[in-house]
Design a protein. Structure first.
Length: 231
């Protein structure tokens, strides 16, 4: 059974990174770079610089930050942590300073959260803290948006994302509206309302969040087997 599971995972991984030759993403090489503790691109070091709005981060390092987050201990693309939940609640109540504090706590858990970063910039703008607003947009939000935009250099309608939430940040950035959404294999397809850019559809490679779900499912099955053996 273990061999069979390994085979299934291998096939799945091959499908992920061979299904679209224009948008191949070598996450293996990214992992190798960001786990080298002697490198300036060691992931914890990059995250620390990112969290402190380091203006010297390169486009390549932003790419490592974004896609390397898949390997980060707090990567969880389909869940919202307790601090983020309190952030959204405070935002609904127009408690902006309180929202900022909760937002900071959430970003301490995982700084690579595009949607939260965007709204942190908006909240700071609302309380006229223009300096922090510019930091979030200039040194965090837009550089990561650029990473996604450049993830498929030969096609401006295709993108590789680490979270389904990030698809909507691309919609926001392009100033387009979704009309319909559906999944084809590992590609999330968004049909758009009529727009000035004349874009009909956008395609998002969701291999990484889907692989996360698969791995979590495997953990649950293993835990069930372990408990059954004890009983």
């Amino acid at each position: 059974m273990k061999t069979f599971t390994t085979l299934i995972l291998t096939v799945f991984l091959n499908c992920i990174y061979s299904q679209n030759t224009d948008c191949q993403l070598d996450v293996g090489s990214i992992k190798q770079v960001i786990t080298d503790t002697s490198s300036e691109n060691y992931y914890d070091s990059l995250l620390n610089r990112f969290s402190n709005f380091d203006s010297t981060l390169s486009a390549y390092q932003y790419k490592l930050l974004y896609y390397g987050n898949y390997f980060y201990k707090n990567y969880s693309p389909y869940s919202i942590d307790k601090h983020a939940k309190k952030f959204w609640k405070s935002l609904e109540n127009n408690a902006y300073q309180e929202a900022i504090e909760y937002g900071k706590k959430s970003l301490e858990l995982n700084p690579i959260n595009l949607r939260l970063i965007y709204f942190m910039s908006l909240v700071n703008l609302r309380i006229e803290n223009n300096e922090d607003m510019r930091k979030y947009t200039r040194y965090q939000y837009f550089p990561l948006i650029d990473v996604i935009h450049n993830s498929c250099s030969n096609d401006t309608s295709k993108f590789v994302v680490i979270s389904v939430f990030d698809e909507y940040e691309i919609l926001r950035d392009l100033e387009v509206q979704k009309k319909k959404q559906y999944l084809i294999n590992l590609t999330d397809v968004l049909e758009l309302e009529d727009n000035e850019l004349k874009i009909k559809k956008l395609y998002f490679d969701v291999s990484l969040p889907q692989m996360y779900l698969m791995n979590e499912s495997r953990k649950v099955r293993r835990e069930k087997k372990r408990k059954n053996k004890k009983n």
